[in-house]
Write a protein that binds this ligand. Structure first.
Ligand code: TRP
Length: 444
């Protein structure tokens, strides 16, 4: 283990960092449109079940490996299974974060561009036709998305180069609380809109007839994505946790924050969508295409309020995206520092150039964007999660797993959680993951 390795300031700071990683575009952008596409409340129920029975165990698998070894993925595998092929998990945990960092930065760039747009011009002054073509026009152009992606990635690089304590911890500590507050304010606004009731009902009254196998696979995939699983993000952050920190409660809090935030985002987006008489099934464009209609209509009667709400919304998206982006960026950086002996600043710079180049390709060519998204979310993350669960369930010694989750027995309350966790990890999780993995290809 490296002697000069940084550690988070406290258990609370570890929760902040992990929640910052979990809460992101996955919650504000992806979750609401998935709910819209898969039928509302019923999807949410499946999502919660998946989080409890699949995602949380995988979260624990990654955390316990990271905290036990105090190393990033490849080093951790080498330490726990010397001379074996388990270090090959590194393929998922180097390639995965690199690809996600790249295309995530493009979407982060969109939110940055929309924030600028909402500061300097008004959606209220635009016609419906203009708003309708705005997203396609923006993402179809070259300079705007590329510059926005560059700015977003640069901001992440600055935070990462400052290190774990002064970069990641400091940034999430000051970002997460205002982010929560902004979203709660937006939610209060959205549910109070005339006509919002149908949107609220859509989120709380389940209609199980719309729930098919595809929706269940989507709920599981979304839950993995939202908790940042499968590519070593949680593992790497957990490697910066203190030996006295409680892995079980940290994971539980992270999941609660992440879930709470996704639900809040749902209550921001859906009531507004229904209040404006729009369709919830708009897909990935829901936040960037549909919401501006609402901001525009509002702007016609209350320009100042519309501006404040619009800026608040896109600022929230941007901040949430940044705290997640840095968590993937850190995985790549930690690999270069720990496995390749690079200085942190140099590693940050190298990741910047590679991710920038892939990101530019994603920003310009939709096909590259979808390819990176598909390969990382549907293949690398899923196989990575499977590998982590098999490693903890079948390769590590049971006693070692229990010792890590209970801090060598000093947290006896965690023993019950361990028992349930261990059973799920050995038998239920791998089967579930294998099913969603295969369903990706059947639905192609
Ligand atoms: N969880 C983040 C979100 O919801 C995205 C993210 C960060 C992520 N790190 C990850 C997704 C690792 C998958 C794997 O937006």
């Amino acid at each position: 283990m490296e002697s000069n390795r940084e550690v988070f300031g406290s258990n609370l700071m570890a929760i902040f960092a992990l929640a910052g990683s979990a809460i992101g575009l996955g919650n504000i952008w992806r979750f609401p449109y998935m709910v819209g596409q898969h039928g509302g409340a019923a999807f949410i129920i499946v999502y919660i079940v998946c989080t409890l029975f699949f995602s949380l165990p995988i979260f624990y698998c990654e955390s316990l490996i990271g905290r036990k070894t105090g190393q990033s993925t490849i080093g951790a595998m080498r330490q726990l299974a010397p001379g074996s092929r388990w270090a090959l998990i590194g393929i998922f945990t180097v390639l995965g974060p690199l690809l996600i960092t790249s295309f995530y930065s493009v979407v982060g760039g969109w939110s940055f561009a929309y924030l600028l747009r909402s500061c300097f011009s008004s959606f209220g002054a635009m016609s419906h036709a203009e708003i309708g073509s705005m997203f396609a026009q923006f993402t179809g152009s070259v300079w705007g998305p590329v510059l926005a992606h560059t700015a977003f990635l640069l901001a992440s690089a600055v935070i990462i180069s400052a290190g774990v304590r002064r970069g990641i911890e400091a940034f999430t500590k000051y970002t997460l609380p205002p982010l929560m507050l902004l979203m709660v304010l937006l939610m209060a606004y959205s549910v109070s809109l005339p006509g919002a009731r149908t949107g609220v009902e859509y989120l709380v009254k389940p209609d199980f007839s719309r729930l098919d196998a595809g929706a269940i696979a989507a709920a599981m995939g979304q839950s993995f994505f939202s908790l940042s699983l499968g590519i070593g993000t949680v593992l790497t952050y957990a490697s910066y946790m203190g030996k006295k920190d409680n892995i079980v409660s940290t994971g539980a809090w992270t999941a609660v924050f992440d879930l709470g935030f996704a639900l809040i985002a749902g209550f921001v987006v859906m009531p507004a969508v229904f209040a404006a008489g729009l369709e919830p099934q708009a897909g990935p464009g829901l936040v960037f295409e549909t919401l501006p209609f609402i901001f525009a209509d509002m702007g016609a009667s209350a320009p100042l309020l519309s501006k404040v709400v619009t800026i608040t919304f896109f600022l929230s998206v941007l901040l949430a995206a940044l705290t997640s982006e840095i968590s993937m960026y850190e995985v790549c950086t930690a690999y270069l520092v720990e496995e390749r002996g690079m200085a942190r600043k140099k590693a940050t710079l190298l990741v910047f150039f590679v991710a920038w180049t892939i990101g530019v390709a994603c920003a310009v060519f939709t096909k590259v964007f979808s390819f990176c998204d598909f390969v990382s979310s549907n293949i690398l993350m899923t196989l990575g999660a499977l590998a982590f669960s098999l490693f903890v369930g079948w390769r590590m010694k049971k006693a070692a797993v229990e010792a890590e989750l209970t801090n060598d027995g000093s947290l006896p309350g965690n023993r019950t959680v361990f028992k349930v966790f261990y059973f799920l990890t050995r038998y239920i999780v791998p089967v579930g993951i294998a099913i969603i993995f295969l369903s990706n290809f059947i639905s192609l």
